[in-house]
Design a protein around this ligand. Structure first.
Ligand code: ADP
Ligand code: 5GP
Length: 182
């Protein structure tokens, strides 16, 4: 289970894991947010409308879900349970509230916090990505302060200085975990 503030590089590190360690299965979340340029439905996320998201919640199809910066995000339960039963190394990339829900239902999971080398670098990455308006960046940075303060709730921290290095460290942690979820 990987968490960390918006802009730290979670998506980039997870993409590196997919590329370099294809034996690790990465959960695809559902979200009500619109796709960013370069994002493909079914790859980074399954993009749904609010009505469909509510249906998934009502049916109990989500392992966890949360609202973040004005949109909903959730983890489809079935595919995760299937991989865990098969003993496949599994990676979820979710924000703090979702991580706390998973902590309650899957205490054997390993909780990894991805941290920026510095606050200034986090701001620079978020702004540099160029995918959000100044208002949304402000809201995500406010949320980042809360997420950074919760770092101690996690089993360990990986600093995203270099993408390949962070991906390698993350996979090492997944493979050293008792449970198959990292
Ligand atoms: P998140 O998924 O955590 O919100 P992203 O993966 O979208 O973050 O990364 C935010 C920005 O930071 C992107 O423009 C990405 O290219 C850049 N980035 C990610 N990791 C690094 C790194 N180790 N060094 C420099 N830039 C990075
Ligand atoms: P973004 O919009 O930048 O892709 O993601 C915003 C936040 O939502 C990030 O912190 C990301 O980790 C989190 N997120 C992505 N998928 C899920 C999910 O399925 N559940 C939860 N709780 N958070 C998620």
């Amino acid at each position: 289970m990987l968490s960390g503030p918006s802009g730290v590089g979670k998506g980039t590190v997870v993409a590196a894991v997919r590329r370099r360690y294809p034996h690790v299965w990465v959960s695809v979340s559902v979200t009500t947010r619109s796709p960013r340029p370069g994002e493909t439905d079914g790859v980074q996320y399954r993009f749904v409308d609010t009505a469909e998201f509510s249906r998934l919640v009502e049916r109990g199809d989500l392992l966890e879900y949360a609202q973040f910066a004005g949109n909903y995000y959730g983890t489809p339960r079935g595919p995760v349970e299937q991989r865990l039963e098969q003993g496949i190394p599994t990676l979820l990339e979710i924000e703090l509230h979702g991580a706390r829900q998973v902590r309650g239902t899957m205490p054997q999971a390993q909780f990894v916090f991805l941290a920026p080398p510095s606050w200034a670098e986090l701001e620079a990455r978020l702004a540099g990505r160029g995918t959000e308006s100044p208002e949304v960046i402000k809201s995500r940075l406010a949320q980042a302060t809360i997420e950074l303060a919760a770092q101690d709730e996690f089993d360990c921290t990986v600093i995203n200085d270099d993408v390949e290095h962070a991906a390698q460290e993350l996979v090492r942690l997944i493979e050293s975990a008792n449970g198959p979820v990292a």
